[in-house]
Design a protein around this ligand. Sequence first.
Ligand code: HEM
Length: 491
Amino acid sequence: KKKKNPNRNPPGPRGLPLVGNLFQFDSSKPIAYLQQLNREYGPLVYLNHASTPTLVISSTKLVKQILKSHDSSFCTRPPVLGQQKLSYDGSDMAFSPYNAHWKDTRKMCVLHLFSPKQVLSFRPIREAQVGRMMEKVSAAAGASKAANMSEIAMSMASNIICGVAFGRTYDDEEYEKKKLDRMVLEAQALMVSFYFSDHFPALGWVDKVSGLLGRLDRNFKEMDGFYQQLIEEHLDPAAPKREREDIIDLMIQLKRQKPESITLDHIKALLMNIFVAGTDTAAAVVVWTMTALMLRPTVMKKTQMQIRQAMGKNKGTIDEDDIGKLPYLKAVVLESLRLYPPAPLLYRTPVNPGYSLDIDGYEIKPGSHLIINGWAIARDPETWENPDEFVPERFLMNDDGGGVKEYVEFEMIPFGGGRRGCPGMGMGLVSVELALANLLYSFDWSLPQSPDAAAAAAVIDCEALPGLTMHKKNPLLLRPAHYLPPSSAIM
Ligand code: HEM
């Protein structure tokens, strides 16, 4: 085994005394910052975040070492104050440390909540919400107006999750819905905020004085009240019967079977995960895929042609049974997930704080935090031919379609990997494919006319907002035109 620098850290930028590289990390543009480091120092970069050694990993070869060979040692999350508070101190799955609770919760979710059978049982919710989305787009087309696809995709994804999680959907203008959206957005921002307490425990008071802890507390109480009310409604024997079982019903049944291991806080924390991890990831995939296609008219044409040929002119609405007949669309979604992963950074730290690891000849110190840069990994030139080009064909079995190849594990990681990989992948993918199939089948798309060239360019630029999920910064405003007469295009 080669030992390049047994006693030295991997390469990285010089830091300042005490704070190290902490304040060099540009959290408003994390991907651009990490890409710059990758270019300058290679696929393994060392950063000193106050006293925490932080490693940035940007190649398939290295990510395999972590998520495959050393997964059991690196499947816990670094503790972050905002995430701990909003997850009821790790009573959830996504931010829980790797422990017996996480193992039980993960098993329960995989077996009962996100199983293929359960995902299938939510199919009517997805199809109904995609239908509502199509009505909105159709109204914009009828009025020859631009549709705000960022808002429309978010509303669809959020209504699917509300239906799945607690059996309710909302109108966009409803007060409750606006309140929920605001709370979830605030929670997401608080989860990635910078807390002095995380890096300099002695300066924890700064978080209090700055008002951050107050905001965190208020958001927690608001969200907690919302979950509490939902659970009470589900427990109320006089409540009207719901059409189908939702996640809260399933959790209540599981709690009855195992009252000692499932508490109300566990149910609430898991609801938080489903809102935070399931809503805007799916919306972001729809928006980035439409953006990618608008930037590449030839691929857009080919995708629409393949869908329209496979579905014929009288399909009306594409349903989930049809998706298997659309290999090119599936390849487009995979290529979009490769180049625009909505959650591009994965976070890990050793399960055992004393654990040290040798990566690529460097000894990684105990207690290090790892940032796995999925954005760079999916562009690794050692793995991909023309990595920066959008080529859906790379996922097809052959030139005539003939089926879609699965991507090779760790060559791209849009759903993460190893034990902490996304358990909602099946549910997320099917919603995204159904939405895109319908949008591309029924409408032709163009950019809104704008006298302002900069505003017009922003519509399909690729600037992203910072956060756990990478959203397009400028809303995607597109003009839809009915490809078929409206009566046959809409259910
Ligand atoms: C297309 C949509 C989605 C994408 C791209 C996505 C992506 C991801 C990624 C990158 C991770 C981190 C994995 C890791 O650290 O290795 C993750 C974790 C997770 N996702 Fe998803 N996700 C999607 C949809 C969903 C949905 C619909 C749900 C639930 C309804 C969900 C629930 C979760 C949970 C609970 C975790 C945490 C798992 C753990 O820490 O054990 N996701 N997802």
